[in-house]
Write a protein that binds this ligand. Structure first.
Ligand code: KG4
Ligand code: ZN
Length: 339
């Protein structure tokens, strides 16, 4: 069978990224230009700034990805690009670049759902991973439990009804003065704290629902901080971080394990920025081991936004004959499973 080489571009948020991926699994190059330093000054991603920065660096990022892959543009079989969900101005930069390239080269264009990309990061990391499995996608903008029946064929089992897991991390981190992005900082600080020190709530819906809600947890943390300040008591930030994190991770693990039971699946793959969280990893592996469930994670560079994962997802679209034409537009609120 011919090797399919895809040049993939990702610009949905604050990372400008390009990668060359072969057959959805083998990464020839994976270049990421992060804007984190710029947005840190503002305490979060400023959409207009993100778009401008993408424009400045996209050509150089794509060139570097091609150079590192050591192939020419003529060698690629298709151009894959994230078309949603994400910030519209940011998405448009990558899309215009990808469309122009596809047009100039006369190669097919493939639109990729960013969340599907996160899931596919696991196909790169774990070369023999095959569906079915349960995937937990937890990032700054999304929290989903997905039943992956086959490549490109899945069912959404649960999702957040308000804040995403990463968003809760970022908001709580800001409240305790840790800065942006908050996830890695809370992860680190929690190691010095007591996760049982403060009882924060775990949102539970009715029995059948496997949805999440993190805004109540976030409010509970803010209320706690307020109360401590008002009564002049000292705040132990490490205890707050560890207790918040435990409440959030408990719910993620519970719902994913329940899903495995319901679907009779013995494999879990975690994806998205929050998948690099050490407490989530440990808890998920521990609960999996008790039940004979295998738990997989991508390495941290494939957890946060990157284009290799987009190249993997694009491959599975390509082999299923799902290519786009030049009318493809950015869809900022693209749903998982929507095409
Ligand atoms: O997947 P990603 O790069 O972007 C989105 O698609 O949203 O995820 C970024 C999110 C941020 O909210 C960040 O705080 C969180 O992932 N994150 C973490 C960790 N590393 C990144 N959250 C918890 N623990 C971490 N170690
Ligand atoms: Zn992402």
């Amino acid at each position: 069978m011919k090797n399919i080489k895809i040049l993939a571009i990702e610009s949905s948020c604050d990372e400008t990224a390009a990668a060359v991926v072969v057959n959805g699994r083998e990464v020839l190059s994976n270049v990421i230009a992060s804007q984190i330093d710029i947005h840190t000054k503002f305490g979060g991603v400023v959409p207009e700034v993100a778009s401008r920065k993408h424009i400045e660096v996209i050509s150089a990022v794509v060139k570097e990805a091609m150079d590192k892959a050591n192939i020419t543009l003529q060698d690629i079989d298709a151009v894959g690009v994230t078309y949603g969900p994400g910030l519209v101005g940011a998405l448009l930069v990558g899309m215009q670049y990808a469309k122009s390239l596809a047009y100039a080269l006369g190669k097919p264009l493939i639109g990729v759902n960013h969340i599907e990309g996160h899931i596919c990061a696991n196909f790169i990391e774990h070369k023999d991973l095959m569906p079915p499995f349960i995937c937990l996608v937890v990032s700054g903008g999304h929290s989903f439990i997905v039943y992956m029946k086959d490549f490109g064929d899945f069912e959404v089992i649960g999702q957040t009804r308000d804040d995403a897991a990463g968003e809760a991390y970022d908001k709580v981190a800001r409240a305790i003065g840790l800065g942006y992005p908050g996830g890695p900082k809370i992860d680190k600080l929690s190691k010095e704290g007591n996760a049982e020190a403060i009882k924060f709530p775990r949102a539970n819906f009715h029995e059948e629902s496997l949805d999440f809600s993190f805004s109540g947890l976030k409010s509970a943390v803010l209320n706690y901080l307020n109360k401590m300040e008002m009564t002049g008591q000292e705040i132990n930030r490490a205890d707050v971080a560890a207790s918040f994190q435990k409440a959030l991770v408990d719910v993620l693990v519970d719902n994913v394990i329940k899903t495995c039971k319901i679907k009779g699946v013995d494999k879990i793959a975690i994806a998205g920025g929050v998948a690099s969280n050490s407490t989530l990893r440990e808890a998920m592996i521990k609960e999996g081991e008790k039940r004979g469930i295998k738990v997989l994670f991508p390495s941290p560079v494939l957890c946060t936004d990157n284009a290799a994962m987009i190249g993997s997802a694009a491959y599975f679209e390509y082999i299923n004959g799902r290519t786009a034409d030049l009318t493809l537009n950015a869809v900022p609120n693209l749903k998982l499973g929507e095409r």
